[in-house]
Design a protein. Structure first.
Length: 109
């Protein structure tokens, strides 16, 4: 039988569990911290329930991992990843806004 998940999503699932275990947390402890059930955490890690970006971010913060850890093409710490773990700091250093030229209104009033 063929897998219903892409290799990228399987990698995300593996890293999700790896991050939890690396943080020294049980599924029950994670569930309590995010106000969910242990079953929710288990289903997310097994791929039975897909995570949205907000949920993944919340778990990443709990585990002390940036979003890039979960979605990078390369193994964490090996080679160049497709997403930089430094991106949030760069974004925050600009005051949470994109660096761009200010546009002046050209419309008439």
């Amino acid at each position: 039988m063929r897998s219903t998940y892409s290799s990228k999503y399987r990698r995300l699932l593996a890293r999700l569990r790896e991050a939890r275990v690396g943080a020294g947390l049980t599924q029950t402890e994670v569930a309590t911290a995010v106000s969910r059930t242990q079953s929710f955490v288990s289903k997310c890690e097994s791929g039975e329930r897909r995570l949205d970006a907000v949920e993944l971010s919340e778990l990443g913060q709990l585990y002390g991992k940036p979003l890039a850890f979960f979605v990078a093409e390369e193994e964490p710490g090996k080679g160049t990843a497709s997403l930089s773990a430094e991106a949030p700091e760069t974004y925050a250093s600009r005051g949470g806004r994109k660096a761009s030229k200010k546009r002046r209104g050209t419309g008439s009033r």
